[in-house]
Design a protein around this ligand. Structure first.
Ligand code: MSP
Length: 552
C-alpha cells in the first residue's frame, strides 16, 4: 500500500512569561484547523507546538515573584496545556525547551555549527531588548528603543560566541529568489530582502550575564542565546540531531522533515527566514518548505499584548475580554475559533473587540448555522417523527456526485441549485486552504448554509405540510436539507469540531466517521433519524452581555 503523504506544521513556541491572551491563540487555532484539515484529507500529519522557556526575561520575572525559573515556567506551562486542551488543539507533540531531549540536541547543534567553522569567540557590545530577546546595533534602534516592540533596550558588553550569519547573506537572497514560496506573504519577503541587503551582521549566540539557558557545550559560564535554542525545537522534537543512538530515535525526522510550514507572527518572521535557514545551511540539513507570517490582533490600534492591556485603561462599559479562558467560558470554544478564523485575513492585522466577536457569533452561528439545524430537525420531528427516507424520485440512480447531474435530475430548479452548490463546496474549500485563506474557506461553507436557509424560505415546508398531496415533496425538501447539513458537518469539521459533532448527533449520524469524500456526494444517507437537540448557539443579547462583563 502506498504510504500516506506527510504534512508537518508548527506554531511558534510561546514564552511562558505570563498566561496567553487571545492574540496568541490566533496562530494556534489556524495551525490546528490546518492540521485537522490535512488529516481529513488523508495526510499523515505532524503538528508541533510548545514553549520557549529560557532567557533573561523569564529569569527576571521568576525572581520578581520569588520562584526559581523552573517553578515559574512549570506553572505557566501547565496553564497553557490546559488552555490547549479546553480548545481541543490537536497537537501531536508539545516540546518544552527545558526538556532533556531538547537541551542535549541544542548543544549538539551548537557543537556541529562550531565544527563547521561558523562559530567564533569575540566580545559583544551593543543593545539588548530583553522582552524580545533581540540584539540591536546603534543604527538599528528606533528613537533609542527596540525597533520591534518600541521598549527600552539595555547596553550589553560581554565575552560571547558569534555565528557567522553575514556569510549567509547571498545564499539567503538566492533562496528567496529561487524559491519565493519559501517566505510568504510577499510583503514580508520584500522586507527581509531589504533587511539582508542593508548588511547582515554576525549574530551573538551566547550570553554570560545570566544563567537560565542551555549551557554552551564548549565553555562553562556561557548559555546559548534563546533564539538559537528556540528555533532548534522544530528538529529536536523530531529526534534530530541524534544524541542517544536509540533505535528509532530519528524516525520522525526522516519522516516529517523538512517541515511543510512554520506558521509565525510577522515580528518573528526575521528569525525564521534569516537565522533559522542560515543555521540549517551551516548544519547541512534541508530547509523548511515555507515560513508563513500572519498579522496581529490589535487592541485600540496597537498590538494586543499584556503591556498594552495594562496601559489601555479599558472602557468599563465595553470591556474587551482578551483572556481566552474567559471567552470560552462565556461563549464556547467554537465561537472563539470561528471568530478568529472568519474575521481576519491571513497576513493582515485586524482589530479585536469582544463586540465584533459577539456580532459574528449572533449572525453566522446563532442565526445562520444554529437556525438551519434547529429548523431542519424541528420540522423533521414534527412532520415525520424524525424519520425521513431518501426520495426515490430525485435519487433514482443513487447518490449524485456532480453539479451537472444535480441540475439535470432535479425535479425543482431550487433543488438543483442547492445540490450543485453543496457538491461544489469541498473543492472550493480545498483551494482556499491551499493558500491559507481560512476566512474564505468558511465563507464558502456559509454560502451553502445561507442557500439552505433560503431554500427553506422558498419551499415553505409549513405550507406543504398542510396538504396531503404535498407530503412527498415535503419529504424531499427535508431530506435535501438534512443532506446539506450533513455536508456542512463534514466541511466544518476541521474548524468547528464540537459543532460538527453536535450537528451529526442531531442528524443521527456517527460523529466519529467523518470522511472528506462524503462532502462530495449528495443523497448518501438512505434514511435519517433526526432528533432536535440543544440549541448550538443561543443568541446573545449584546447589551446585557456587556453589563454582565462590566460587573464580572
Ligand atoms: N518564543 C518566541 C517564539 C519562538 S519560535 C521558535 C515568541 N514567543 S511569544 O510568546 O512572544 O509569541 C508567540 C507568537 O504569538 C508570535 O508568533 C506572535 O506573533 C504571536 N502573538 C503575540 N501577540 C499577538 C497578537 N496580538 N496577535 C497575533 N499574534 C500574536 O515570540
Amino acid at each position: 500500500m502506498a504510504e500516506k503523504s506527510t504534512y508537518y506544521i508548527t506554531t511558534p513556541i510561546y514564552y511562558p512569561s505570563a498566561n496567553l491572551h487571545v492574540g496568541h491563540t490566533y496562530c494556534t487555532v489556524m495551525a490546528d484547523a490546518m492540521a485537522r484539515f490535512k488529516r481529513l484529507r488523508g495526510y499523515d500529519v505532524m503538528f508541533l507546538t510548545g514553549t520557549d522557556e529560557h532567557g533573561q526575561k523569564i529569569q527576571q520575572i521568576a525572581e520578581e515573584v520569588g520562584d526559581t525559573p523552573k517553578e515559574y515556567v512549570d506553572r505557566v506551562v501547565a496553564d497553557i496545556k490546559e488552555l490547549w486542551s479546553v480548545m481541543e488543539i490537536s497537537y501531536d507533540d508539545f516540546i518544552r525547551t527545558t526538556e532533556d531531549r531538547h537541551k542535549r540536541r541544542v548543544q549538539e547543534i551548537f557543537r556541529k555549527i562550531y565544527e563547521a567553522g561558523d562559530i567564533y569567540r569575540g566580545v559583544y557590545e551593543g543593545w539588548y531588548c530583553t522582552p524580545c530577546e533581540s540584539f540591536w546595533t546603534d543604527t538599528q534602534l528606533r528613537n533609542a528603543k527596540c525597533p520591534d516592540c518600541g521598549r527600552e533596550v539595555v547596553r550589553a558588553k560581554e565575552d560571547a560566541y558569534f555565528f557567522k550569519l553575514s556569510a549567509y547573506a547571498d545564499r539567503l537572497l538566492a533562496l528567496y529568489e529561487e524559491h519565493p514560496e519559501f517566505l510568504e506573504p510577499e510583503t514580508r519577503r520584500n522586507e527581509m530582502t531589504r533587511f539582508i541587503k542593508q548588511g547582515l551582521e554576525d549574530l551573538c549566540i551566547s550570553r554570560s550575564s545570566f544563567d537560565w539557558g542551555i549551557e554552551v557545550p564548549i565553555e562553562e559560564g556561557q548559555v546559548i542565546y534563546v533564539w538559537l535554542d528556540a528555533l532548534s525545537n522544530y528538529i529536536t522534537a523530531l529526534g534530530w540531531p541524534t544524541v542517544d543512538g536509540t533505535p528509532g530515535e530519528h524516525d520522525k525526522y526522516d519522516k516529517y522533515w523538512p517541515a511543510d510550514v512554520h506558521l509565525v507572527g510577522k515580528e518573528i518572521v526575521r528569525f525564521h527566514s534569516i537565522i533559522w535557514p542560515a543555521m540549517l545551511m551551516s548544519l547541512g540539513y534541508p530547509l523548511p518548505k515555507k515560513v508563513l507570517g500572519h498579522g496581529w490582533l490589535l487592541l485600540d490600534g496597537g498590538k494586543l499584548s499584556k503591556s498594552k492591556l495594562a496601559e489601555a485603561g479599558q472602557d468599563k462599559a465595553r470591556r474587551n475580554i482578551v483572556d481566552p479562558v474567559e471567552l470560552i467560558e462565556r461563549y464556547g470554544v467554537d465561537a472563539l475559533k470561528y471568530f478568529l478564523l472568519r474575521e481576519y485575513t491571513f497576513g493582515q492585522d485586524g482589530q479585536f473587540t469582544t463586540e465584533t466577536m459577539l456580532q459574528r457569533v449572533n449572525s453566522d452561528l446563532a442565526n445562520d448555522l444554529g437556525n438551519l439545524l434547529s429548523r431542519t430537525t424541528g420540522m423533521n420531528d414534527k412532520y415525520f417523527g424524525g424519520v425521513i427516507e431518501r426520495p426515490v424520485a430525485l435519487f433514482a440512480d443513487g447518490p449524485i456526485t456532480s453539479a451537472e447531474t444535480a441540475v439535470d435530475v432535479a425535479v425543482d430548479a431550487r433543488d438543483g441549485e442547492l445540490i450543485a452548490l453543496a457538491l461544489g463546496a469541498a473543492a472550493k474549500v480545498e483551494r482556499h486552504m491551499d493558500s491559507f485563506e481560512f476566512n474564505r474557506a468558511l465563507e464558502t461553507i456559509w454560502e451553502l448554509i445561507s442557500r439552505s436557509n433560503k431554500y427553506i424560505d422558498e419551499t415553505e415546508p409549513w405550507t406543504l405540510a398542510k396538504t396531503d398531496g404535498d407530503r412527498e415533496r415535503l419529504g424531499q425538501v427535508l431530506y435535501n436539507l438534512a443532506e446539506s447539513l450533513r455536508i456542512v458537518s463534514v466541511l466544518i469539521q476541521p474548524y468547528l469540531h464540537w459543532s460538527s459533532e453536535k450537528i451529526r448527533e442531531q442528524l443521527g449520524l456517527d460523529s466519529g466517521a467523518v470522511v472528506w469524500g462524503d462532502a462530495q456526494v449528495f443523497g448518501l444517507e438512505a434514511a435519517y433519524r433526526t432528533a432536535k437537540g440543544e440549541n448550538l448557539f443561543p443568541r446573545i443579547d449584546i447589551e446585557k452581555e456587556f453589563a454582565s462583563i462590566a460587573e464580572g
